[in-house]
Design a binder for this molecule. Sequence first.
Ligand SMILES: O=C(O)CCC(=O)C1=CC=C[C@@H](O)[C@@H]1C(=O)O
Ligand SMILES: [Mg+2]
Length: 368
Amino acid sequence: MKLKEVTLRHLKMRMKSPFTTSFGTMQDRDFILLEAKDENGNSGWGESVAFHSPWYNEETLKTNWHMLEDFIIPELLNREISHPNEVSDILSYIRKNNMAKSTIEGAVWDLYTQDQGISLAKALGGEKSKIEVGISIGIQNTVDDLLKLIDEYVTEGYKRMKVKIKPGWDVEVMREVRKHFPNVSLMADANSAYRLEDIDRLRALDEFDLMMIEQPLASDDIIDHATLQKQISTPVCLDESIHSYEDTRKAIELGSCKIINIKIGRVGGLTESKRIHDLCKQHDIPVWCGGMLESGIGRAHNIALTTLDNFILPGDTAGSSRYWDKDIIDPEVVVKDGFITVPDVPGIGYTPNRKTIKQFTVSEKTFS
Ligand SMILES: O=C(O)CCC(=O)C1=CC=C[C@@H](O)[C@@H]1C(=O)O
Ligand SMILES: [Mg+2]
């Protein structure tokens, strides 16, 4: 297969409601959508999960555009690629910039699986026909607002509630949530808002029987997390700290976590995600698929990955209607009774809607 033409589009989509984390609030989702055409004129699609600003990690929409335009696309255009696994090797001389690399790797997987006539899920080795879905809830103005939202999502059937926490919005909030929802599967995500000195506060969360606490400590740490994990009973899950198979190996060896959140963009693509999945499986570390407030294209890749058998815990793969009035794929992603039925058609399983894509496009550039 050869990529004959690649188009980058900057899309801006308004979210139904603002999303607040320990870093701040987001109302618009700006992202890059990548369309790659092969020699047969087929299109493969990938989405960059980098945000507009560098609060989650160091990558941004602009740095991704720059890396894609100036390094990644020139490296891959017109080059013979026999399997998508080759993409990460070809790009390995470029340090980091995982989200930029993942954007085009996802499109190559899409093209490859269309060409082979199999679904992306099957090509990755996934066997599930439906996947369990959880939901991530941003920091709210009041505890009552949070309780109301949880109630709605429980009624909709979501299988696990993830509540964002930060110092001052943590122990008391979780206590209230547990009081009102004694049996719900519950977890907390701190997005690195704590330090080891906060251990008493983190240990106080043990009484709420959380499935896990996600990334409590620094975004580049696996040492303090190991110290923390030894002193709390709640399983630690790493998100921001894991960028690769190698990071995963080291975190497992140190005992930094008992669970890993795999985000395709953060680790540089589907090939690396699968390697991390396989390593975790060997070590009995369950994984789940994180979300980055993706549009339907990124979501489709997440769904396919989640069909691998060590994705034991519900992922942040909420339905299209969680964030969007109108998503950019047909059909939209639907969650029913807490499950998504995995499409069994060649490629990513959903069709990009060009009309809607155009409507959200701020700028675009084609390379050939
Ligand atoms: O996409 C989703 O539904 C999950 C969103 C979500 O929880 C996150 C997205 C991006 C950064 C963080 O705030 C957070 C996470 O860390 O997992
Ligand atoms: Mg997280």
